[in-house]
Design a protein around this ligand. Structure first.
Ligand code: DGJ
Length: 753
């Protein structure tokens, strides 16, 4: 990457001989103020350079002498007068290192000697597999730049889309491959974009790994020449690795300082990201559909669009990267964005009753939940078909007549009378072999003819790519929502794919299941939301096994993990927050000792752990004492007071629970700076060490804030009112001692400020 600093010298010389209208034009080109609002996307015809400027980010692309599209710069926003040298392909360094791979291209076809991961690999019907993409044309409309590339010989056109979010500088990139030839061809691999980073030996990669009930572990590794592949071959997003990465350029990692580039995929099927570091320590990141077992036949006149690969940059460290992503998700991705509703406090029956749900039992729980201020009552698994445990019933979406002899109506009416709305659990994409649906339609599941059908949690995956299955799933959900006053669906998905066959489809189209399944899932969600606009949906996959920006675009909240141990949750929620907004993260207060680790904790500790996201209660309220109810009522009310700041504000990790830290502290600052909310946790005191002093972040330096300890105690000598600077630089000491202790503070800005 070559960044050349101001060549405005040329401009100054030229100005002397320019007419007034030409001056205006020049000012526009250079984005000078003088009342001229610079466009986010501009094209410099002479230099053949596209420049995208948004928020604090500049992204610059050039067309080089070989007609390739080349990354010139991605990073901190450049000055309007800064110009960059035109693109020049890298010459390569030897016969083993050709220019085509050495040049940081924006999107590559596999051909012309390319040895790095290609974005697009095609086999043509005559056996030709060579694809060389050159610049064809472009358009700039509003916030979208579309650059078309075309193969040097065949009528294969690829439109590269760059959508800019002006508030955060996050770019959404995708590619649309179009077959303008006369014959079908097979796409064997198509990755949405290539993100190129300039050479550095200091790149640290972060990514998130997990397993059931142990999701969201933050991994960190130094990038060195070679390739790192992050992927899911599971048919869905998966729990093993999440489709998010962040790369820091720093030797000394600091939460809130330093250059960070980050990216996330909007796709809920099998996916892949490749991080290739070359011998010069330059990095290329490609991502999109997993190429594993992939084949998509593109007929003449048809096109295939990739998922979106979002990318962003900040110089405010990994903490700043999370804040930008959170803001982007809340304001641009979630369905109601930018006017999303704050998440209500909900109750969920799962840990209290398991599959053993019935009208009287649920109503009794609903009464108790309402008494502490719960706003939404959700009945989980067990209400339908012959569902007594996880061996039967999935697929038979009728209300179980023994458990609910009068249907759901009386219970829903009761929930409404108690002042709450009603939510219901569903797992629409699955079927138990022990179900009427499977007995009637055994061909509806993913399978290979004559081969065993591997069960996971005693269930099989319905092949949603089939139009009859899609119609069935949409039909029962629409009926359920039309016949019952349901405000919320918890949409679960409890296994990976196995035997991903689609025997009834034409042979050459069978592998399209990877794309069409997810497209149909999305289309069902879109259609349901359109017909039932007030219904909200939670994405759950046995916990956090389907969390990505694709599903987030169609669902209102996320269940990050089945692990509800409040101490484990500190690191689970912390990991989640690197990529996803706490405002959409559901967190339940459950029983103690918790089933996961048999750990006992106070109700206050459990509440404070869960209050760092979207608060829910999942405990068996039938076992609670009067004192528990009083504590819960107080904490639910406190949560509601602080909820807007927690769910919508900026998150600062004052002390991260990574690396077995005994302390962990989060701070949420309201967008307008009027309030900060702090949650502090202590695992165990050791050797009389005091709790670390907290230095707040993100306050207005000269505004005055009053501190309140809502739960827990401040050290005796703490002042009550002081400036933002004081709280950020002098800090505050809280008195936390013992095991599994927690505190909850708020800082209110003086109303005059
Ligand atoms: C897995 C979910 O993550 C749980 O919360 C619960 O809904 C069960 N499924 C129900 O089967």
């Amino acid at each position: 990457m070559r960044v050349v600093t101001p060549t405005f010298r040329h401009g100054a010389r030229m100005l002397l001989t320019l007419t007034a209208s030409m001056i205006v034009l020049l000012l526009q080109l250079h984005g000078q103020s003088a009342g001229v609002h610079p466009e986010a996307i501009r094209y410099d015809e002479a230099a053949r350079i596209f420049r995208i400027d948004a928020a604090d980010v500049s992204y610059v692309i050039g067309i080089n002498q070989n007609q390739q599209l080349q990354t010139l710069y991605w990073g901190k926003r450049l000055r309007p007068g800064d110009t960059l040298s035109p693109a020049h392909a890298d010459g390569g360094s030897s016969g083993f290192d050709l220019s085509v791979s050495a040049t940081p291209q924006e999107f590559t076809g596999w051909g012309g000697g390319l040895v790095v991961v290609p974005n697009l690999k095609i086999t043509f019907p005559d056996g030709n597999r060579d694809l060389v993409l050159h610049y064809l044309s472009h358009t700039i409309r509003n916030n979208t730049l579309t650059i078309s590339l075309k193969d040097i010989g065949r009528d294969v056109v690829v439109d590269l889309l760059y959508q800019v979010d002006e508030a955060t500088g996050v770019l959404a990139r995708s590619a649309r491959v179009e077959n303008r030839t006369q014959q079908p061809f097979t796409i064997e691999q198509v990755l949405a974009a290539t993100w190129n980073l300039d050479a550095s030996r200091d790149y640290q990669l972060r990514y998130l790994t997990g397993r059931w009930a142990g999701e969201w572990n933050l991994q960190q590794t130094q990038l060195r020449p070679g390739k790192i592949v992050l992927e899911s071959r599971r048919g869905s997003t998966g729990v093993e690795v999440n489709p998010w990465f962040a790369i820091e350029r720093s030797k000394q990692a600091d939460q809130d300082v330093g250059d960070v580039w980050f990216g996330a995929l909007g796709w809920s099927g099998s996916w892949q990201m490749n991080l290739e570091t070359d011998w010069q320590n330059r990095v290329r990141i490609t991502g999109g559909y997993s190429p594993f077992d992939f084949a998509y036949i593109l007929s003449p006149g048809k096109s295939l669009e990739t998922p979106k690969f979002y990318g962003g940059y900040t110089n405010q460290g990994i903490g700043g990267a999370s804040r930008l992503l959170h803001r982007f998700e809340l304001d641009s991705i979630v369905p109601q964005a930018p006017h999303r509703r704050l998440r209500p406090v909900l109750y969920n029956s799962w840990e209290a009753t398991g599959f053993d749900v019935n009208e009287a039992g649920q109503e009794a729980l609903a009464e108790k939940a309402a008494s502490i201020g719960v706003e939404r009552f959700v009945m989980d698994d067990g209400w339908f078909g012959e569902r007594k445990d996880d061996h039967a019933g999935l697929g038979d979406w009728y209300i179980n007549p023994q458990k609910f002899p009068h249907g759901l109506r009386p219970m829903i009416d009761k929930v409404h009378a108690l002042g709450m709305d009603f939510g219901l659990w569903v797992e629409p994409e699955m079927v138990n072999p022990n179900s009427d649906l499977y007995r009637k339609h055994p061909e509806w599941v993913l399978n290979f003819t004559g081969r065993p059908r591997t069960e996971g949690r005693n269930q099989l995956v319905l092949n949603l790519a089939r139009e009859d299955v899609r119609a069935y799933v949409y039909g029962f959900l629409d009926k359920l929502l039309s016949e019952n006053d349901i405000a919320f669906l918890k949409w679960d998905y409890n296994r990976n794919w196995s035997e991903p066959g689609w025997p009834d489809a034409p042979l050459q189209e069978q592998k399209e299941v990877y794309v069409k399944y997810v497209q149909n899932l999305y289309s069902i969600l879109i259609e349901l939301r359109k017909k039932h606009p007030n219904v909200e949906i939670e994405s759950c996959s046995g916990g956090g096994a389907r969390v990505d920006l694709g599903i987030m675009h169609l669902t209102d909240e996320i269940w990050p993990s089945d692990n509800t141990d409040p101490f484990d949750r500190l690191s689970i929620q912390n990991g989640f927050s690197y990529a996803y907004a706490p405002g959409v993260m559901m967190a339940w207060v459950t029983d103690s000792p918790n089933w996961m680790n048999n750990r006992s904790t106070s109700l206050e500790y459990r509440f404070l752990s869960s209050m760092q996201g979207s608060l829910g209660i999942g405990a068996n309220l039938n076992k609670w004492t009067q004192e528990d109810f009083a504590t819960a009522k107080r904490l639910v009310a406190e949560y509601k007071d602080a909820r807007a700041t927690i769910q919508d504000g900026s998150l600062y990790r004052l002390i991260s629970p990574d690396g077995d830290s005994a302390a962990s502290v989060t701070e949420f600052v309201a967008r307008d700076g009027h309030e900060a909310v702090v949650f502090a946790f202590l695992h165990s005191s050791q050797k009389g060490q005091p709790y670390p002093r907290l230095y707040l972040h993100g306050l207005q330096p000269d505004a005055v804030y009053t501190i309140h300890a809502r739960e827990g105690k401040l050290e005796d000598d703490t002042v009550q009112r002081a400036s933002g600077d004081y709280w950020m630089h002098h800090g505050v000491s809280i008195s936390l001692r013992g095991d599994f202790q927690a505190a909850f503070l708020t800082l209110e800005r003086d109303s005059s400020q």
